[in-house]
Ligand binder design. Structure first.
Ligand code: ARG
Length: 573
């Protein structure tokens, strides 16, 4: 029985007890199952029920409730012992059968273990990464990229159909600038060879030159207007700039195992804005203010949402509204999730409100997931394009450093470069996702890359350790005999049983951190087991068999969990 099932079956027994104290208590089995806690110390049991939660409905003191309810758990399946401690009911699970069932369940379900069904039949659109073409793809995008993709993986794991959209910043006046800059200082070969860096370089040069020559800005505006009006040469250049950029983004995405379902960026909504403006006018919520069209949001304590500039052109928010309408129509989403830095929180709050004012009842299905800033210490990375750290440079440096360590420690490792990349990039992702997403973080690359401590490499190493044991062990047999299970074995199985719950809480809070922490718990419990219990060298065949089975279950769960946070797995390190 999994821990979720265990909670439910205990809750069913408790419900009888509760109802007999007060037939009008009206608590459902699911509600009771949600009330269990994990005691801080295992000596206090495996599960605890804080009975003060029933004090109101049952009109009794918590210790009395605990006493009375303990009787309803007598003889409950899978329970070894129940203790009353103050207002708590502490439950000790029957270890042998619990371990046997959980490990057998993981090993029979394999990658399906931990999957949820809440999302079945529902679609989620996830809008993430979304860099601005011609501007550097930098460390500030790490958050949206990896949080966004983790949320996508989590939703898929929970049964949702997911559509990952890269809402590229591929429209706007910067393209006028880029076109002018390209014609003046760029050439095809250089851009083709240099990619985004070369584009950014001429873009930077444009701004430097524009300080001296005021006419440049006018020229850029004129080129952008020409682009808007369908000028063929400009359109060709614009498309080319975007192609070059996407090609390069894809290299970084591949390092993270990310693929998008759509690259429909802002430009895609260029011709979809006019009907939106009509709808806004029909809903009579727009106002003209100093020539610009706005929606007044003072009633909601927000500054107005700008819809059209004075020259009649659309802006970021207009295109976001058009995109939301398009996505609802195209995908009929249950939720549409936007992952951006917290700096854009107001922007999303404003236009979400506008969608609501337009009368769309699905406005509350638009969800903004913000995150804090990230910076790096001690790495010589912020050089190439001024003050920003490019994501690809960060990943390359991490990979190089890991390669250096491997050349020292394990020079014969096959496919060393790929392993170093998985470990180096994974280290950054793991560290980044170890924190509450809203927190601003700063880190040192060397700390993140350590093989000991709460790091990604430590977890990947643990995974590889399991793989190595399994390759030596041969086959896995199930179910096994857990007679005389050791403390370490039991704690490890208990940790494995918590995987579905961790997925659930990561989803509910949009916090991949719940998975990162869970991975650390598994790695720690496994390493304790590994150091205390003989596995392959164990002479008792039955015990060896179950320990191999347990190792296989850890390998499976870690592998699934890595996938949920964009961390690649490596069978050998
Ligand atoms: N391109 C924007 C930026 O880099 C992020 C876009 C986020 N998605 C959206 N639908 N607004 O700031």
């Amino acid at each position: 029985m999994s821990i979720i099932d265990m909670r439910l079956s205990l809750a069913a027994c408790l419900k009888k007890g509760i109802d007999s104290i007060n037939p009008e208590a009206g608590l459902s089995v699911a509600e009771i199952a949600d009330m269990f806690e994990y005691p801080p110390d295992d000596k206090l049991g495996d599960l605890a029920l804080p009975c003060f939660k029933f004090a109101k409905t049952l009109r009794k003191a918590p210790p009395m409730i605990a006493n009375e309810l303990s009787a309803s758990l007598e003889g409950a399946e899978g329970v070894a012992e129940v203790q009353v401690a103050g207002g708590y009911l502490n439950i000790f699970i029957e270890r042998e059968s619990f371990a046997r069932d959980i490990v057998a369940e993981v090993n029979s379900k394999g990658e399906a273990y931990g999957r949820l069904t809440v999302g079945e039949g529902k679609t989620v659109v996830l809008d993430y990464s979304s860099p601005n073409v011609a501007k550097p793809f930098h460390i500030g995008h790490l958050g949206t990229t990896v949080i966004g993709h983790s949320l996508k993986m989590l939703h898929e794991f929970a049964g949702y159909k997911c559509v990952g959209v890269n809402h590229l910043g591929d429209w706007g006046t910067q393209f006028g600038k880029l076109i002018v800059a390209y014609r003046k200082w760029g050439n095809k070969e250089e851009i083709e060879a240099g990619g985004i860096d070369a584009l950014v370089a001429i873009y930077v040069k444009f701004h430097e030159e524009a300080e001296k020559d005021e006419t440049l800005e006018d020229q850029a505006r004129a080129e952008f207007t020409a682009l808007e009006n369908g000028d063929e040469e400009n359109l060709k250049l614009w498309k080319w700039f975007i192609e070059i950029s996407i090609e390069e983004y894809k290299k970084t995405y591949a390092q993270l195992g990310i693929e998008f379902d759509s690259y429909a960026g802002e430009s895609f909504y260029y011709d979809k804005c006019a009907p939106v403006i009509e709808k806004l006018k029909d809903a009579a919520i727009t106002k003209v203010d100093d020539g610009a069209t706005i929606v007044d949001l003072s009633e909601y304590n927000m500054p107005p949402c700008l819809i059209l500039k004075r020259d009649g052109s659309t802006i970021y928010a207009t295109r976001d509204i058009a995109a939301a309408l398009y996505r609802k129509e195209t995908y009929d989403f249950d939720k549409c999730i936007y992952v951006t830095s917290a700096g854009q929180s107001l922007h999303f709050a404003q236009w979400f409100k506008v969608v609501e004012m337009m009368g769309y009842d699905w406005a509350d299905r638009l969800i903004h997931v913000p995150y804090g800033t990230v910076s790096i210490d001690g790495a010589k990375l912020a050089t190439r394009t001024g003050n920003v750290v490019l994501l690809k440079d960060l990943f390359a440096q991490a990979t190089d450093k890991v390669l250096g360590i491997m050349n020292e420690k394990n020079p014969e490792l096959p496919d060393k470069e790929a392993v170093a990349e998985a470990v180096g990039v994974g280290a950054i992702v793991f560290h980044y996702l170890s924190n509450n997403r809203i927190k601003d973080i700063n880190f040192k690359l060397d700390d993140v890359l350590k093989f000991d401590g709460n790091t990604g490499p430590y977890c990947q190493y643990t995974y590889a350790r399991c793989a190595s044991i399994l390759s030596k062990a041969g086959s896995v047999a199930e179910p096994c005999d857990y007679t005389d299970i050791t403390e370490e074995e039991y704690q490890l199985t208990k940790t494995l049983s918590r995987f579905p719950e961790s997925v659930e809480s990561a989803l509910d809070s949009s916090e991949p951190m719940m998975i990162t922490r869970y991975i650390l718990d598994v790695a720690t419990a496994f390493n304790r087991f590994y150091h205390e219990c003989q596995i392959l060298s164990c002479e008792d065949e039955k015990v060896r068999e179950r320990r191999v089975a347990l190792t296989n279950a850890v390998h499976t769960v870690l592998g699934s969990a890595f996938g949920l946070i964009c961390m690649k797995k490596t069978e050998k390190i």
